[in-house]
Design a protein around this ligand. Structure first.
Ligand code: HEC
Length: 144
């Protein structure tokens, strides 16, 4: 299919074509915004369960360790970060809490959105849907 024929199909077809071409980057909406920050997806709308919500001890610390810290840690520098934004690290609970909203829009799932931009699709080990939902809840609880 040529660009010219896509044009004839109209702007939607063209947009879909361009988005598919960047699917590894989260598809459309996955580009960088003007500050060079990656905007991520939508807020998940996850809420904190009234009892037995996830904690750092029974969920969060292991989740971040397993899926995020190989790139987003201050002990990982240079090319080993695989391009992970410098300064966006999740070594401590304080850092996670401060960056809660951004983690939600990049990696969590809830009633309003499932965000799979992180970890990058190039990483074979991906969280399950259930783990992403739990991440949303944990963040909504304030990452206790
Ligand atoms: C293989 C390395 C790698 C892993 C693992 C990884 N990331 Fe990333 N992360 C990146 C890269 C690369 C970018 C920059 C993306 C871009 O700008 O295109 C990024 C950007 C981000 C951003 C946006 C930062 C900004 O200000 O633009 C957030 C938030 C984020 N990652 C969260 C996470 C979370 C949460 C996890 C674990 C679930 C995770 N990442 C796992 C490589 C990684």
């Amino acid at each position: 299919m040529t660009f010219r024929s896509l044009y004839r199909l109209g702007p939607l077809a063209l947009a879909a074509y361009l988005c598919l071409g960047h699917a590894d980057n989260g598809g459309c909406g996955g580009g960088e915004d003007e500050d060079g920050h990656h905007p991520g997806g939508a807020a998940t709308g996850a809420t904190c369960p009234s009892s037995n919500g996830p904690s750092a001890q029974n969920f969060g610390t292991a989740f971040m360790q397993t899926y995020c810290l190989s790139c987003h840690s201050k002990s990982v520098t240079g090319t080993a970060r695989a391009g992970a934004t410098v300064g966006v690290d999740f070594d401590t609970l304080d850092e996670v809490r401060r960056q809660r909203a951004m983690i939600d829009t990049h990696a969590a799932a809830g009633p309003n959105a499932t965000n799979k931009e992180m970890p990058p699709a190039s990483i074979p080990h991906q969280p399950t849907q259930e783990e992403r939902e739990k991440l949303g809840q944990w963040l909504a609880c304030g990452a206790p």
